[in-house]
Structures are given as C-alpha cells and as structure tokens.
Design a protein around this ligand. Sequence first.
Ligand code: B12
Ligand code: SF4
Ligand code: SF4
Length: 320
Amino acid sequence: MTLEQEIKARALTLGFDAVGITNAAPISDSDIARLNAWLRAGHAGRMGYMHRNGEKRIHPAALLEGVRSVIVVALNYKPEHSSPPPQTSQQTGTVAQYAWYEDYHHVMKPLLFELADFLGERTERTHRFKVCVDSVPLAERALAVRAGLGFIGTNHMLIHPTLGPQVFLGELVTTVALEPDGPDPGTCAACDRCVRACPTGALGAVGEFDAEKCISYLTIEHKGDIPPDLATKIGDRVFGCDACVLACPHQHAAPTCKSTRLGSRPRDAQLDLVQVLSLTPTSFEARFAGSPIHRATLEGLQRNARICMRNAQKGLGAKS
Ligand code: B12
Ligand code: SF4
Ligand code: SF4
C-alpha cells in the first residue's frame, strides 16, 4: 500500500465518507477572479471576515510554511428522514438540515487531528499539520474540486458524484509531499432547478450568488434588521436554508448519513417559535450549546422567529 492509500483508508476508517489529495498550489486564476469579483460586487454582505486573509484563502502556503499537500475530506450529512418530525405546535420554524446534527466543526476537527497523528507517526514526526474546517480562510470548495471530490454546481455546492451536495468539507494541510489526485469532472448539464427553487433570487443561472439576498446568510450571519421584501420570502425558515440543495437531482440520488460521530439532534429540525421567543441568554446557551444554531445568537434567532410568525400570519409558508 502506498502512503496515499494508507491515508485514504485511515480517513474512511475514521468515519469520513470521501477523501482526496491535492497539492499546495494556489487556487486557479479563474477561481481567484470569481472570488475577487464576488467580493468587489459586495456580495459578501457584512461578512467582513471574507475580505480578510485574502492571501491565505487563495494560497495554502500562506497558512502553513513549507506546505506541500492538502488532504480534503467529505462527511455526508443527508438526513435519513428528509422532512422534520410532525409539528407539535402551530407555530414552528424550519431549520436547515446541516443543523439537525451536532456542530460539524466539533465533530470533524478531532477526527482530522487523529488523521494528522497517524500521518505524523508514519513520517517519523518530521512534519507539520494544520486542521481546517470551514472557519479557516481556505477556499474549501475549490480545493475539494482539485482533490477529485466532485464539481461545483450552479447552487455553488461541491457536488460529490455519489454523495451529492450534502457533504461537509474539511482539510488537513501538511508539509508531507503526497501524490495528488486528479479532478473528477461533472456538470449540471442543462439543469437549472436550484435557480428556480431559490426563494429570493440569490442564485443566478451563470454562477452568480448574492449572499445579501441569501436566506442562509440573512438568518445566520446577518446582524440587525432584515429588509421587509426579503423577510417575507424567508417563509418559515428560522435558521438557514436548503432550497437550492434539496432541489438538486444529485441530492435526491445520494445515500443518507451513516456517520456514528455526527450525533443527530432531532428536536432541532423544527423549532417552536413561541419557545424561541421565551428563551433567555442562559436558556439559549443550555438549549443550543454544541449546535450550529448557536451561531445565530439569541438576538438573531428571536428576530428570525418574529419574521416566521409574521409570515405565518400572512399565510406565507416555506414555499413563499
Ligand atoms: C461564507 C460561507 C457561506 C456564506 C456564503 C456562501 C457562498 N456561496 O459563498 C453563506 C452564509 C451564505 C453560506 C451558506 C451556506 N453554506 Co457556507 N460557507 C461559507 C465559507 C466560510 C466560505 C465560502 C466562500 O469562500 N465563498 C465565496 C465564494 C466566491 O466562493 P465559493 O462559494 O467557495 O466558490 C468558489 C469555487 O467554488 C469557484 N468555482 C469554481 N468553479 C465554479 C463553477 C460554478 C458554476 C460556480 C458557481 C463557482 C465555481 O469559485 C469560487 C472562488 O474560489 C465556506 C467554508 C470555506 N472556508 O470555504 C462554507 C461552506 C461553503 N458552506 C457550507 C454549507 C454547508 C452551507 C449551506 C448549505 C448551509 C445552509 N444550509 O444554510 C449554505 C449553502 C448556500 C450556498 N448555496 O452556497 C459548506 C459547503 C459544503 C459543500 N458541499 O459545498 C462549506 C464548504 C463549509 C464546510 N466546511 O463544509 N456559507
Ligand atoms: S440557501 Fe436558499 S436563499 Fe440561499 S441561495 Fe440557496 S436557495 Fe437561495
Ligand atoms: S439543481 Fe441542477 S443546476 Fe442546480 S446544482 Fe443541482 S444539477 Fe446543478
């Protein structure tokens, strides 16, 4: 077995669903141009962090001196049941499916540290590693494509050929020189279902993506009021949005999550809006510690709940 094969076998044993390897070169000129055009157009909204550490996002060498390889892993999060459990209250808000589990950052990072430990041992402790999951400035989707994990769909998701778009990504950036995999080309062909499914027009047919119109951005990352025309389009989505992911035929064909590490939180699939409005800072912490929903903050989650309630009163549900 080559070292690359050993790493892949180890990553799968640890519970990842797919793994690929790429070199440490900067992302392609066309990806850099896309990223810069997106930032210049103001499509990052108030995500100030997207404007910082540009060099690291473009070039893994800025993250770790002497870097030679990036090992990219994917973890399938397609839930077994695609709709939330039956409603127990009239006033409920839908939660994006990635938050029907424990926070994936907390699950994937320790597994990547275990992978680093394995590789460290196999290379006589002469190398360095950096574990990355989402929050590190690294162009995760572009690197995943290069590592052969799939292609970027019109919905902007990395779509794995068998696992589909509902995969989390993580990376082990390392000074170990490894044989890279080649890209695994795929395309959306003539499909445009995600563009048609997007409630707000955040997605465009030729790859446009305006986060300021995206319900995921508005309900998770955005602080303060949400413009009324967009608020009505949020429907009953109290945290995040899956419309462009669930519309995708690659999602329909994908297997469901088999991970024993990604603990599921079935009661978080739908939130009782009255309960959300009654949360205090202390009860919010107790209820959502360890959940991705914690990121929205109590203030943001209660703002979302008020919007969902107003929409329900006006008869504007999830499909609005
Ligand atoms: C900022 C951010 C967001 C923002 C902005 C999203 C966006 N599309 O840019 C908001 C808050 C809206 C968001 C939402 C979501 N996010 Co998010 N997010 C990120 C983050 C931190 C940075 C993404 C980024 O750099 N955006 C800037 C744009 C310009 O870059 P990009 O989308 O990565 O696209 C690059 C390449 O794909 C490339 N490209 C190359 N070829 C092609 C071809 C086409 C057709 C297109 C369109 C692009 C393209 O161009 C870009 C420049 O490099 C990443 C983690 C990370 N460090 O990368 C997670 C990440 C992208 N998010 C993730 C997830 C799961 C989500 C949600 C599904 C959560 C939810 N259900 O609410 C939604 C999906 C929304 C969507 N359709 O993208 C996963 C995606 C996994 C996957 N399979 O792709 C990531 C990778 C986190 C992780 N570690 O798993 N997210
Ligand atoms: S997450 Fe929702 S609002 Fe954002 S692009 Fe996808 S469908 Fe549109
Ligand atoms: S829904 Fe269609 S166009 Fe959108 S990402 Fe999936 S295959 Fe591509």
